[in-house]
Design a protein around this ligand. Sequence first.
Ligand code: F6R
Length: 617
Amino acid sequence: MCGIVGYIGSKKATPILIDGLMSLEYRGYDSAGIATIEKDAIKVMKDKGRVKNLYNLDGIDKLSGTVGIAHTRWATHGKPSKENAHPHMDNSGKFVVVHNGIIENYADLRDFLISKGYTFLSETDTEVIPNLIHYYYTNGPVSVLKDESEKFLGAVKSAVYDLKGSYAIEAISTICPDEVIVVRKDSPLVIGKADGENYIASDIPAILKYTKEFYLLDDNEFAIIKSNNIRFFDNSLVEHNKAVKNIEWDANAAGKDGYEDYMLKEIFEQPTSIRETIGSRFRLGEKCSFDDIEISKEYLENVNRIFFVACGTAMHAGLVGKNLMEKLCHIPTEVDIASEFRYRNPIIDEHTLCIYISQSGETADTIAALKLAKSKGAKTLAISNVIGSSITREADYSIYTHAGPEIAVASTKAYTSQVVLVAILAMHFAEILGSSDKLEIESLKKDIIDLPSKIEQILDNTEPIKDFAKKIYTEKDMFFLGRGTDYSVALEGSLKLKEISYIHSEAYAAGELKHGPIALIENGVTVIGIVTDKNLVEKSISNIQEVITRGAKTLVITNQILPNNNFDYVINIPETNPLISPILSVVPMQLLSYYISKFKGLDVDKPRNLAKSVTVE
Ligand code: F6R
C-alpha cells in the first residue's frame, strides 16, 4: 500500500528520496513526506497530495543531509492530511519513523503513552511508534547495551515487540545520526547495497537504477544501515550474516519508455512478457519442465483437490486455471477469494494442493490464506511476479511469471502472464500424470507459442476500440456477459472498467441474466459480450439478443463468425484454444477501459482509493 524509500551515503538525500517516491507513487498517493538528518536536528517535510508537491515546500531545496527516509501514503488511519502524512516524530524530536502496514493495537498503545505524558499530533496508528521508541530508549535496559547504536536498536526492538499487525519501518535518530534502522513483519522492505552508500525501499524498482545487489529483509529481522556497512539481527537481536541477492531486472523496464502511461505501456508489453513467461519452460515436441519445482507423479496422484487462492485480477487468473486443471489433469479444482478462504475454515489436508497467485507477492490476505493451508498440512505453490516476495518465501514451491515490473495499479500484463503460467503448469501436471491426450497438449503448446503474435495483431488495430470508448465514456453503468471461460474474463473486463474509469459495471454468466439482472437492461445501456468458444456461440448470442431486444447497445468481442450482425460494434480477435482464450479476449477490454479513462481525463495509472500492493487486510 504505502511506499518507503531511504538513503544513506555521501550524496544529498532529498533528491534521491523524492525520485524514489515518484517511482513508488503507484503504491499510495494521498500524501508524502521526507525526513533528513541535518547538522543537529532531523528535518521533516511533508504534505497532502502527490509526491511532486514536496518540491513546492518552503526550504526543501536547502536540505543538505545525506541520511534520510521517505514515504508516500495510502491512508488507513486518519484522512489524507499534512498532519497524518509520514514521517512521524516523537515528542522529544529525537526519533522519526516512516511505516507501511497497520498497527492493530495502536489505540491501546496510544492510551498507554498518553498515560506516560506523551501527546499526539496525528490520527495515525504510526505515531505511536516513534514515541514508543523514545519511551524504551529512556526506560530501557541501558546497562546490557554497548553503545548508542545498540541502545537505539534495543529501543526499536522493544517498541516493535509491543506492536500487533503488519509493518515495515525505517527509523532515524539524532542520537545516531549516521544510521538508519529498519525492521519488517508482513510488509516488504529491501536494502540496496552500493559502493559507500545504501538504499532502502519497499519495492525493488524504486532503487533499481542505483544497484542490482539487494538484501531482502525477512519477517522480524532488523538491520542497522550505515553508509558502508549493514548489520543484520534476528528477533532476539543476535547478529547474523545475510546473503546478497542479484536482481536481474532491467532498470529501464521500470520507466514509461515513451508511452503516455504505464498502463498503456504494460498492455503493449504483453507479447514480450508472455514470451518471457514461456521462457524455456517448454518447446514443441518436448515435455514441459520447471527448473524451480520438482513435483513427483506419486505426489500428484495423491492430490484429490486443487485450490486457486488469490485476490482481484489474480483470482480471475485462477478462474481460468480451474478450467485448465480440471480439463487437463482431471483434478477437482476450486477458486477462492483469499480474504474469504482465510476465515471460512476450508476443508484441506495433505491431499490438497493450494496454488496462490499474486503479482506483488505481498498481498496480506493471500499470505494469510497460504499460512492457513500450510498449517493444515497442504502443499502450497506460489505464482508471483516478484522474486523473493513474501509469498514466495512462505510457499513450499514458487514459480515466477517473469512479466517484468508492473507499475500501473490496474493489472494487465501480470494477468496474461499468470494465465500463461497456470496453463504451462496444468500441462506439466497432465504430462506427469498422463491424464491428457499427447496431441491435445501438443496443440495447446502451439497455441500458447502463438499468443504473442496474436496479441500483436490485436494491438495493431486499436482504433475501433478507441472509437467505441469515445461513444460510451460518459455512461454510468455497463454489463459484461460471457459463458464458460468467457465469463471468467468478463469478470476481469468489468473489474478493469470499474477501477480506472469509475463506471459502475457488472459481469454475469450470460445464461444467468434472465434470473434477475435483465431487469436492469433498458434503452441505451451498454452490454459487452465475449464470445470465443465455438461450442457456446449460439447460446451466448441468444443471450445477447435478449438484451438487444430490450434496447441495449452492444459490443461483441469474438473470434467466431457470428450468425447475425445486429450488434453495434464487433471486435474480431484471433482464434485460439478456448482454454486460454481469455489471454486474447482480455486485451480489447483492457484497451477499452484505458481509453474510457483517458476520455474522462482520469489518472489511468493511479486510480482513486486504490494501491498497487494491498499489504493490509
Ligand atoms: C486489479 C488489481 C488487483 C490485484 C489484487 C491482487 O487490476 O491489480 O485486483 O490483482 O489486488 O494483487 P496481487 O496480485 O499483487 O496479489
